[in-house]
Design a protein around this ligand. Structure first.
Ligand SMILES: NC(=O)c1ccc[n+]([C@@H]2O[C@H](COP(=O)([O-])OP(=O)(O)OC[C@H]3O[C@@H](n4cnc5c(N)ncnc54)[C@H](OP(=O)(O)O)[C@@H]3O)[C@@H](O)[C@H]2O)c1
Length: 245
């Protein structure tokens, strides 16, 4: 049994990963802002940590306190968000800062806090939930794509820093996964249209891959895996928020 920390575990992909890790017998700490969702996880044997990752200035102190009782060997940097899709020229500056803080900076700070102990112990596995938007151009998502591209580049380089110490790093390159990710920024019809013509990947499918990768022998590191709907549009698009009304 290992100790695992999963960020953004209150819904969607992170929740599924936290539950799968718990079912596999690991001690799991889940983070998020949604206290009701964390309480549900607590009832299922998953410890919780209320943490707003959008303000990286407070993170280090919170994480140091966590480490006094908990040293994860498995870290899943999963938390992320989208802002209303649209032309970059119309984007509010505050949304640029929020996306970079929530999707990128916090993952670096959390990793900086947790990775040294893994390196010292000579074992560990760090996952990053990236996106296909990092690896191919997407309209209406320029800053989101930039955060995920930076996360992917960081993951691949970090992997080389940590490989000699026996710590594995995996970038999860997720295609369309049916989750609440767009619930606050697109109306229901627009969200339904995003999933039309395909069977989206389910959060549980991503979690199954994470477990499969974890269960490979220690000398094998899956640097990244792409997980996509089998039947998908050739150019999956995210509609602009204003066009979806
Ligand atoms: N769904 C897709 O098609 C897709 C595709 C590629 C990549 N991804 C990535 O997958 C990851 C998980 O997304 P999801 O699809 O599972 O969406 P989701 O259900 O909306 O989950 C997002 C998670 O991130 C947490 N989070 C967001 N902002 C936060 C903040 N400021 N502080 C702390 N936690 C925060 C949320 O927790 P609280 O609300 O409780 O804070 C929630 O648990 C994200 O990184 C996303 O970019 C998703």
């Amino acid at each position: 049994m290992a100790q695992a920390l999963v960020t953004g575990a209150t819904s969607g992909i992170g929740r599924a990963i936290a539950l799968a890790l718990r079912s596999a017998g690991h001690r799991v700490v889940a983070t998020g802002r949604n206290e009701a969702a964390l309480a549900e996880l607590a009832a299922l044997g998953i410890e919780s940590l209320v943490l707003d990752l959008a303000d990286p200035t407070i993170l280090s102190a919170r994480l140091a306190a966590v480490q006094e009782r908990f040293r994860p060997e498995i870290l899943v940097n999963n938390a992320g968000m989208v802002t209303a899709p649209g032309d970059f020229c119309d984007m509010a500056e505050a949304d640029i800062h929020r996306l970079i803080a929530t999707n990128l900076t916090q993952a670096l700070i959390v990793t900086r806090a947790m990775a040294p102990a893994m390196r010292a112990q000579g074992r560990g596995h760090i996952f990053f939930t990236g996106s296909v938007a990092a690896h191919a151009p997407y309209p209406n998502m320029a800053v989101y794509a930039a955060t995920k591209a930076a996360l992917g580049a960081f993951a691949q380089s970090l992997r080389l820093d940590l490989s000699a110490a026996g710590v594995r790093v995996t970038e999860i390159v997720a295609g369309r996964v049916e989750s609440p990710l767009y619930k606050d920024v697109l109306p229901a019809e627009a969200r339904a249209a995003m999933y039309a013509g395909q069977t989206a990947v389910r959060p549980e499918d991503v979690a199954a891959m994470v477990l499969a990768v974890l269960n490979l022998p220690p000398h094998v590191d899956v640097a990244r895996f792409d997980i996509l709907p089998t039947r998908q549009p050739v150019s999956p698009q995210v509609p602009a928020a204003e066009k979806s009304k």
